[in-house]
Design a protein around this ligand. Structure first.
Ligand code: ADP
Ligand code: DP6
Length: 395
């Protein structure tokens, strides 16, 4: 009798926000970066992807992905195909060593995934999404590979995804080999090393972004005159500084390096041709607010960083919650997102000396707040999004 069992494994995976940015590929097919990068994994209490990987010989048709309730075309996605192929190859090795194991590699995959936050809106859904996809299938296939080994696969889905396979503070080493075998992510410090790190996300726009990062970074590589110095000289020095700052839990050093690197990345975007504008007036008001808060504190207590979009991510330490997040809470009281485990503990401060124009711009431009902090890596869960008969569960 043929085996019609529905095999399932589920995981959640976090978002990560880089403090040293990945921007530029030296190999677009293998997704190999021009420079190393470093990120903070954000808590899944706030933002997460939940993915179930299932397979069964009773499934008909090709591999499929249901993302947020909608079928996603993964057949024509080279990146997803690359991930699935590599995972199947690893499973084939496992099956070859033990003939009693079910031949999962011959069965179609049915993947179901949900992001609990806007997809393709500059909130790193691709990072959490590909990390969850790779982790869930690795669990389904019972692969013995470490998160660092799996990072080679997730990287091919989306570069930044390789950093979401681990918690805490994560470096993606650019590597130098042609085949990308040394382009891997590794946890440089666990959450427990510096658990006081907090992040406040000012959602300026939850719409789809203008220039997608994949295309934007290639324009920069090809046209920016500043880019070469950034990739070859500036980032390698900053990676070392950032690792020192994290090991020593030196927030002012962390903050200075974070802000300088975000500015350097956006300067390269503006220096590209045609120029790429990710920041807008609301982003600049957020930068101005952080600078004012730091000036008032007499030291760096807050650090802004921006990805390929206008949303601001502001890092600070828990002990400075009132000084930093308390000011934003005062100014943005009417905006949703101040509830939940992180937000509800933030004490109200005053206006923090922010200029009237800054306050006005933030009030009119910030649509939502996300309060979060450093968090752990993917977590296996028994909550499956595919039932025992292989049907997607309605959520
Ligand atoms: P973002 O800024 O949110 O990372 P991108 O445009 O870079 O946006 O990436 C969005 C793409 O990432 C989606 O169109 C989809 O292909 C992929 N993606 C997002 N979430 C998931 C998920 N949960 N599972 C698999 N792929 C995902
Ligand atoms: C600005 O990882 O989305 O967020 O590899 O082409 O999928 P692809 O790009 P992606 O780029 C992220 C760029 C960034 C910086 C970062 O996360 O390091």
């Amino acid at each position: 009798m043929s085996d019609s069992t529905v095999y399932r494994a589920s995981t959640t995976a976090p978002v990560n926000i880089a403090v040293i940015k990945y921007w530029g590929k030296r190999d677009t097919a293998l997704n190999l970066p021009t420079n190393s990068s470093l990120s903070v994994t954000l808590s899944q209490k706030s933002l997460k992807t939940h993915t179930t990987a299932s397979c069964s010989s009773s499934y008909s048709g090709p591999d499929s992905l249901l993302l947020n309730g909608e079928p996603e075309d993964i057949q024509s996605s080279k990146r997803t195909q690359a991930c699935l192929q590599l995972l199947r190859r690893f499973r084939k090795d496992v099956e070859a060593k033990d003939s009693s194991l079910p031949k999962l590699t011959d069965m179609p995959l049915k993947l179901v995934s949900i992001n609990n936050f806007p997809t393709a809106a500059g909130l790193a859904s691709s990072a959490a999404g590909f990390a969850a996809l790779v982790r869930a299938i690795a669990n389904l296939y019972e692969l013995p590979h470490s998160p660092t080994q799996l990072s080679l696969i997730a990287r091919q889905g989306s570069g930044s995804a390789c950093r979401s396979l681990m918690g805490g503070y994560v470096a993606w080493r650019a590597g130098s080999s042609k085949d990308g075998q040394d382009s891997i992510a590794e946890e440089i410090a666990p959450v427990s090393h510096w658990p006081e790190m907090r992040a406040l996300i000012l959602v300026v726009s939850a719409d789809k972004k203008g220039v997608a990062s994949t295309a934007g970074m290639q324009t920069t590589v090809e046209t920016s005159t500043l880019f070469k110095a950034r990739a070859e000289e500036i980032v390698p020095k900053r990676m070392a500084l950032m690792e020192e700052a994290i090991q020593a839990k030196d927030f002012p050093k962390f903050a200075e390096t974070t802000m300088k690197d975000s500015n350097s990345f956006h300067a390269c975007c503006l220096d590209s041709w045609p120029p790429i504008h990710y920041l807008n007036d609301v982003s600049r008001a957020a930068m101005n607010a952080v600078e004012t808060i730091n000036r008032r504190a007499g030291e760096l207590v807050a650090a802004y960083t921006f990805d390929a979009g206008p949303n601001a991510v502001i890092y600070y330490e828990e002990k400075n919650e009132k000084l930093v997040a308390g000011v934003f809470r005062y100014v943005l009281q009417a905006v949703t997102g101040w509830d939940g485990e992180y937000g509800s503990n933030i004490p109200l401060n005053d206006r923090g000396g922010l200029e009237a124009k800054t306050v006005m711009t933030l009030k009119s431009g910030v649509s939502r707040i996300i309060c979060t902090g450093v968090g752990g890596g993917p977590e296996q869960t028994d909550e499956h999004l595919v039932d025992e008969r292989g049907q997607a569960v309605k959520v």
